[in-house]
Design a protein around this ligand. Structure first.
Ligand code: ZN
Length: 262
């Protein structure tokens, strides 16, 4: 049953049609059962972490069957053409969009601002460094990138650090919005930094996004097993850990062809 929308609610479909179309395409392939929810989602709030590039936002469904998501400890699934994830609560509710790097024309940021979720403060410290590679259609350049990501990690194990912005992102988004606990975040960080974690480089729209991934991390509350991804941003002197993303291991399957495994 559809609830009548309140007048001040702005749907994602209306506010962010470009992102909406992209997400719909991803869901059609990966999680078609979520398409119905996507249509009824409206904007609730925007992450105010101040980390450069973060345009993460939360949403709720106007449809009563998909009640608000706070504290439901969602797992994350990768989006296709923007560096981010959609998250799905344990009970199958679309919980929000964690997006760490906007489109080049700052589409998401400007459309969120147009929708009343403007945000003036921006960290001036970092700008996401992208390397545009001439990838051939066979992906042979990707293999090369995976190797160089491995090299990079070996050389800089001690210079992965949290900046104020990324720490605030974990506090605002992962803790306050998604209901994870500080000790879990610490455990996620430990797992992602462990020697068994593997470096990956994801290519999205020609830009390379490095990360460290640790498999089989147990959620202390739900006992679910997840993978933890630590997206990295190369900055002067090392890598900024931009987030700690608890991914559903199933996401690896749908990511096939995009992720690079050394
Ligand atoms: Zn943020």
């Amino acid at each position: 049953m559809n609830q009548k929308n309140c007048d001040d609610r702005i749907s994602i479909k209306d506010a962010l049609p470009r992102l909406y179309a992209s997400v719909a395409q991803t869901l059609r392939r990966d999680r078609p059962e979520l398409l119905e929810q996507l249509e009824s989602l409206y904007l609730v709030d925007r992450c105010k972490c101040g980390m450069d590039g973060c345009v993460s936002f939360t949403c709720e469904s106007a449809d009563a069957r998909f009640a608000p998501i706070n504290s439901r400890r969602p797992l994350s699934y990768p989006l296709d053409d923007i560096h981010g994830w959609y998250s799905v609560s344990e009970d199958g509710v679309l919980a929000g969009f964690e997006i760490l790097d906007d489109y080049e024309d700052e589409y998401v940021s400007s459309r969120l601002a147009d929708s009343g979720l403007g945000f003036n403060f921006r960290s001036s410290a970092t700008k996401v460094e992208k390397r545009h590679e001439n990838l051939d259609k066979n992906g042979s350049a990707r293999t090369f990138e995976a190797e160089s990501a491995t090299e990079t990690e070996k050389q800089s194990t001690n210079s992965v650090y949290m900046t104020a912005g990324s720490t605030q992102h974990l506090i605002d988004y992962r803790l306050k919005v998604q209901g994870y606990e500080p000790k879990e975040i610490a455990e996620f960080a430990e797992a992602a930094m462990a020697s068994t974690a593997r470096p990956e480089a994801t290519i999205i729209r020609g830009a390379q996004y490095p990360s460290l991934v640790s498999v089989a991390v147990r959620d202390l509350v739900t006992q679910r097993v997840c993978e933890v991804r630590m997206p990295l941003n190369k900055v002067g002197g090392g890598f900024e850990a931009r987030s700690l993303v608890p991914e559903d291991p199933l996401a690896r399957g749908v990511r096939n062809g995009r992720a690079l495994t050394p």
